[in-house]
Design a protein. Sequence first.
Length: 76
Amino acid sequence: MPIYEYVCRACGRPFEHLHRRLNEPAPACPACGAKKSAKQLSSFSAKVGGGSMDMPPCASGGCCSRKCPSAGACKL
């Protein structure tokens, strides 16, 4: 079941909605109740495992052996 991101065209509030079936209509805004929701283009993440494809811990918000400019985040 995919989670889609929407923004209300009436009040501008962003929200997420879990679709339980294919071709489900756009949901009403949970803030104002308007039925003027627009689906947003969103990113996704996936974890790959094993071998040299693993990302360093700092790429996922952890820390690595490099000096981090801010707590828990380094720039590769």
